[in-house]
Design a protein around this ligand. Structure first.
Ligand SMILES: O=C(O)COP(=O)(O)O
Ligand SMILES: [Mg+2]
Length: 218
């Protein structure tokens, strides 16, 4: 069975406003000024602990408090992970079309697994995914290829495609030796030309055909 694995933040869901809210609640607790959305988005991609580290550096907080403030931010985020989070247009229809083509679907995100599952459930797409690998599921995160391997291994033998939005995702696919399709409307940091990808799309309506072409190309 061929398999398609998806990234979450900036790929299936626009989740940055809830991540921003959690980070800003943490900052508010420290008596510090909030961060704007573009700044916060520039911190997404390497998991929540790294995001908190970047927030702390920006606001001059003692790095020795990283562990504590990561837990504080995660608690705020876990309490409210999907209030402001939405699916990108066409995501549900694309997942349905891929499933109808007989592809197994999985998720591989650097977001911690529990809030990732909460978001899938809240947005009603949990049942599409036979496997969910989060940023804390294994001891390593993307761009280490191990989380992506774990997701594909759970989906069985067959052609493989990873779909994501970021430089981290492109690097992970390269390290895993898996074809990569780039969603161009997420949280990437640089121009698409500087990211290794087999195909790219701005509209999820395009994805089923792109996936079929790549998965059957061998
Ligand atoms: O949590 C992050 O930093 C990024 O999450 P993603 O891997 O789903 O894009
Ligand atoms: Mg992403």
């Amino acid at each position: 069975m061929s398999a398609v694995v998806f990234d979450l933040d900036g790929t299936l869901v626009d989740s940055a406003p809830d991540i921003q809210a959690a980070a800003n609640r943490m900052l508010e607790g420290e008596g510090l000024a909030p961060l704007d959305l573009p700044t916060l988005i520039s911190f997404i991609g390497n998991g929540l602990p790294k995001l908190v580290e970047r927030v702390m550096r920006t606001r001059g907080i003692d790095p020795a408090r990283h562990e504590e403030l990561t837990q504080v931010t995660l608690a705020h985020y876990s309490a409210d992970s999907s209030d402001l989070t939405v699916l990108y247009p066409g995501v549900r229809a694309a997942l349905q079309a891929l499933q109808a083509k007989g592809y197994a679907l999985g998720l591989c995100t650097n977001k911690p697994e529990a809030p990732a599952r909460d978001i899938l459930r809240a947005l009603g797409i949990e049942d599409f995914f036979a496997v969910v690998v989060g940023g804390d599921t294994l001891p390593v995160k993307k761009p280490d290829p191990a989380p992506l391997f774990t997701a594909f291994e759970a989906l069985g033998e067959g052609a493989r495609l990873y779909v994501g939005d970021s430089e981290v995702d492109a690097a992970t696919a390269k390290a895993a030796g898996v074809d990569f399709a780039l969603f161009t409307e997420g949280y990437r940091k640089g121009p698409v030309e500087q990211m290794l990808h087999k195909a790219r799309f701005a509209d999820f309506a395009e994805l089923p055909e792109i996936a079929q072409a790549l998965l059957t190309a061998g």
